[in-house]
Design a protein around this ligand. Structure first.
Ligand code: ADP
Length: 247
């Protein structure tokens, strides 16, 4: 890739709900191997931006270019296939399945690679499950049922269920909400590891965590960009202090 090639280019994106513009002429660009964090007050449009990218909400106008594909024209499942993974705030793992099984059922289907050689597929899936389990700190918990995991471990498992599909862009909504201090530190480590192969777009309110992970921060306010740049820069931006960080 060219060094300045963007993985994701959001341009003039707008969505209106009954005339109210939740996202209003928004443009931002995410590079390869970048951790981008979106911050901003409640109602700023953060969740709506992720909903637009993953196709859950349809844009009124504007474009979302991802690896040369126009995502606004695709359905949700096509966007997943194009390489976008989205984790919602509440964990949605299968409680009565083991860690191994949760990862296994998330492995992408597709006959072309394996043909009829089911045993070969099983071996590939097992290797990949173990690889992902290691990344999410659950290698020694493969047989544990998801119900027995801590809240933080369930969050990691859900990230693992997305990682096993090898997305080029992983979108996370408040990934460390409800996590312990040590789980937060490990989540930062996890994100820093996985961006070798992808970019991550995160909504986050925990400013300490944002400082730890963000390469660049986009501050949203009333569906528009209030400020953008390094955390150091945006946290000293008087506009940001006034509408968001000041109180
Ligand atoms: P944030 O995630 O920054 O808190 P949201 O993206 O959830 O903000 O919401 C932005 C604004 O858009 C809010 O005022 C919200 O009420 C409104 N909104 C979001 N989704 C819808 C919808 N489906 N219909 C009507 N209004 C919506």
């Amino acid at each position: 890739h060219q060094p300045k090639e963007f993985l994701l280019a959001v341009e003039a994106l707008t969505v209106s709900f009954d005339g109210f513009k939740a996202v209003n002429d928004l443009s931002f660009y995410v590079e390869e191997n970048e951790i981008r964090v979106i911050i901003g007050p409640n109602g700023a449009g953060k969740t709506t931006v992720l909903d637009l990218i993953c196709g859950k909400t349809k844009a009124t106008s504007g474009s979302i270019q991802f690896r040369g594909k126009e995502l606004t024209k695709l359905r949700e499942n096509e966007i997943v296939k194009a390489g976008v993974g989205r984790k919602f705030q509440t964990p949605s793992v299968f409680e009565d399945l083991s860690v191994f099984e949760n990862l296994e059922i998330s492995f992408p289907r597709g006959r072309t690679v394996f043909g009829s050689l089911a045993f070969k597929r099983d071996a590939v899936v097992k290797d990949r499950v173990e690889e992902v389990a290691e990344m999410i700190f659950l290698k020694d918990r493969l047989k544990t049922s998801a119900a027995e995991l801590s809240h933080g471990q369930k969050q990691w498992l859900e990230i693992g269920m997305l990682l096993i599909q090898n997305p080029d862009l992983l979108m996370l909504d408040e990934p460390v909400a409800g996590m312990s201090v040590s789980e937060r530190a490990k989540t930062a480590e996890l994100l820093n590891r996985i961006i070798k192969d992808r970019s991550v777009l995160v909504i986050e309110h925990d400013m300490k965590f944002v400082e730890d992970i963000a390469h660049k921060v986009t501050v949203l306010h009333q569906g528009q960009i209030l400020s953008e740049g390094t955390m150091e820069r945006v946290k000293n931006d008087p506009k940001v202090v006034e509408v968001y960080l000041g109180h």
